[in-house]
Design a protein around this ligand. Structure first.
Ligand SMILES: Cc1cc2nc3c(=O)[nH]c(=O)nc-3n(C[C@H](O)[C@H](O)[C@H](O)COP(=O)(O)OP(=O)(O)OC[C@H]3O[C@@H](n4cnc5c(N)ncnc54)[C@H](O)[C@@H]3O)c2cc1C
Length: 333
């Protein structure tokens, strides 16, 4: 017999909730809003309870994350799209009101972006030119509404092969700060994403910040995205480039990363090595060879064939390098 869902009850739960439900033990969250599907018929229906916690302090969030192992929701722009699959009956921890996860701090050796910083907040921040590429990517994440809600950590944790934030953060040698109640660790962006929608994030952990070394932040950078239309488009190929010259205008650090052409966005180490030592001018594009993109493993899908993606990647790499040389941040190719 199917279960009968007789009533939906939406209310703010008191901090001393009814006993007997292990998910509703009193916690430090400001409020726990419970949308509870109540059934008097079958016990499993009574478990179909969506707990929604919205703390304003990081320690509260970490405590809840450790105790109830919730689904973490930041801007919700990825989660809500897959809502039927992702937002099941389990508890949800909304971290969007935690001030400690917001903002960008500039230190001597690094620039630290709060994990809950939205794309719009990043675009509005005054940052060195090494961030021009990341800002150009931010401006192409969906629409302005999506940029106002979507966060940088959400983009990384969702781990889509086409995530636009990943290639620029790879070129910036980004490192995630990850916390749980009582632990703290750092993981390079390059290691954090392990496959299509797979990361090293463990249950109970939150990405609290992304740290960028200062030296790379002073470079010249760009981001280019190829899509099937001009606006609100998923990348068929995306490329980020970052070049740091010395005083004689020779490249001393080069980073090039390609997104949407493999399960995880990849840097092109052989090309990067070929760029170091060259004069930072338009002739840099001559260094790009077909073999530099040979390691990409794009898929055939509705947006483009694997062959098209590989050809496009090579061309986009050239254009992204040129944009960085000329001080153009990029955007849609
Ligand atoms: C119409 C539309 C267009 C879009 N266009 C683009 C696009 O062009 N390019 C692009 O790259 N993306 C695009 N996206 C996807 C999405 O907007 C971005 O990936 C965004 O950055 C996700 O951030 P969020 O805060 O909304 O993540 P959420 O949806 O809140 O969360 C995503 C995942 O990350 C986890 N998570 C979030 N924050 C943390 C944290 N601090 N610690 C631990 N786990 C966390 C969540 O549990 C979830 O698994 C689009 C989405 C929509 C709906």
């Amino acid at each position: 017999m199917g279960c009968s869902l007789r009533m939906r009850d939406r209310r703010i739960m008191p901090l001393a909730p009814p006993s007997g439900n292990p998910l509703l033990t009193p916690g430090p969250a400001d409020k726990i809003i419970c949308t509870q599907t109540i059934s008097s018929v079958e016990p499993f229906c009574a478990r179909a309870c969506l707990l929604f916690a919205q703390p304003t302090r990081l320690d509260e969030a970490l405590d809840l994350a450790a105790r109830i192992r919730p689904l973490v929701l930041a801007g919700g722009t990825d989660l809500m799209v897959g809502a039927s699959a992702d937002l099941g009956p389990g508890p949800v921890l909304d971290i969007s009101r935690i001030g400690e996860l917001k903002g960008i701090a500039v230190a001597d050796d690094s620039i630290v972006i709060g994990g809950g910083t939205t794309w719009s907040e990043l675009v509005a921040a005054e940052l060195p030119h090494g961030f021009d590429g990341l800002k150009a990517a931010a401006l192409e994440v969906g629409s302005i509404q999506i940029q106002n809600r979507g966060t940088i950590a959400g983009n990384l944790c969702n781990a889509s092969p086409a995530a636009d934030g990943v290639p620029p953060l790879l070129t910036l040698d980004g490192e995630l700060e990850i916390q749980s109640a009582g632990t703290r660790r750092r993981v390079a962006v390059a290691e954090f994403i392990t496959g299509n929608r797979k990361t090293l994030l463990q249950p109970g952990e939150l990405v609290t910040a992304i740290r960028i070394p200062r030296q790379l932040a002073e470079g010249r950078s760009s981001f280019l995205k190829l899509g099937s239309r001009r606006y609100l488009v998923i990348s068929i190929v995306s490329v980020a480039a970052l070049l740091v010259p010395d005083r004689s205008n020779k490249v001393i650090e080069a980073r090039v990363a390609v997104g949407a052409c493999s399960a995880v966005a990849q840097r092109l180490p052989q090309l990067e090595a070929a760029l170091v030592g060259r004069v930072l001018d338009a002739s840099l594009v001559d260094a790009v060879k077909t073999e530099h993109v040979a390691g990409l493993a794009p898929i055939d899908d509705v947006r483009g064939s694997a062959g098209y993606r590989k050809d496009a990647a090579r061309q986009l790499v050239r254009e992204a390098l040129l944009a960085a040389v000329e001080g153009r941040a990029g955007g849609i190719a």
